[in-house]
Design a protein around this ligand. Sequence first.
Ligand SMILES: Cc1ncc(COP(=O)(O)O)c(C=O)c1O
Length: 379
Amino acid sequence: MRNTWLEINLDNIKYNLQRARELIGPKIKIAAVLKANAYGHGSVYTAKALIEEGIDMLAVACLSEAIELRREYTNIPILIMGFTEDEHLRIAAQKNITLTIFSLEQAKLLSDIGKEINKNIKIHIKVNTGMNRIGFRANKETINTIEEIHSFGNIIIEGIFSHLALKNADTDREQFEIFMEIVKKLESRGIFIELKHICDGIGMVYYPDYRLDMVRIGSFIYGGQTLKKEAEPLRLAMTFKTKISQVKEIEKGEGVGYDYDFVAPDKCIVGTLPVGYADGYMRCLTGKGEVIVRGKRASVIGKICMDQLMIDLTNIPEAKPGDEAILLGGYPGPSIPLAELAEKANTNKNEILSIISRRVPRIYTEDHKNVAQVDYLLD
Ligand SMILES: Cc1ncc(COP(=O)(O)O)c(C=O)c1O
């Protein structure tokens, strides 16, 4: 129904997961971070590929993301890494969704819910070691509080975790040490927690000593993470594509787009693409973005509109309406690297991936064949 779409290569997702497994060995668990619709890739089919490949756990930011996955996959552990409101704890518990807890009151409430519904509810305790986002403060009072939570019935402290700010190796080490101090103090009181985790994908690669019992990786799985120079690169799973809707010749001095932001310095050929910032092709790429048409690069010209943008096809006169244009990715052929778009948009790579909107259908490929398709507006 739409000539702008995302191709998601599930083989690449599986390959990247295998690479993580090779890196950390068979004993450490891997939680795949599937928040924000699996960083734009579509969480349901991404999860399917990862489950087939033996992922240990899925991790999301909020309850609705967890429920979306639980509807499809009844057995896989799902961890909500963010905050869940008191009034939603019961739903999460009923659906066997593991909660992140960082208050005594919520733990008590959850324990009461557990008693009522006759279940042992799994939780992971979040400790704030520096980011000051969510989590218990790392102090003596917290040790006492966790000990108290540990004594509550119907909840199981399956995990304890923190998150690295990744400012530099020194501050990351400080955070790790603060975290391990909490773990040690708990252990000295006889509280041994099965899953201790602090590393995201970057932590996993750069700090082998911090991998503990589990790593939580997102960008690595989607092939967005840059590895050390000597390592074989990961494989970007996503290719963002569209098709030229119109080609026209304009005269020197004619404008293109809102405010006539681009004025033709000479006769030129303009192609229009049916994709805009509402699809997730950021408006700040105006005057900077490039796309691939017939294997060559064409510059984005004029202000990027909500649903359309224009490109300069003067150097690709053979281009026709209906030709594909690659906005991101495109490997192994001519491609637009994720890092390039992120740099031009002055943001990080994850934002580029995760803001691709619901209006863009996702087509899943495996072994060079289309295996599934999702159109969030029509399905
Ligand atoms: C708590 C937590 N863990 C893990 C991750 C995964 O991070 P990355 O994509 O860098 O691997 C995130 C993502 O921001 C996160 O918020």
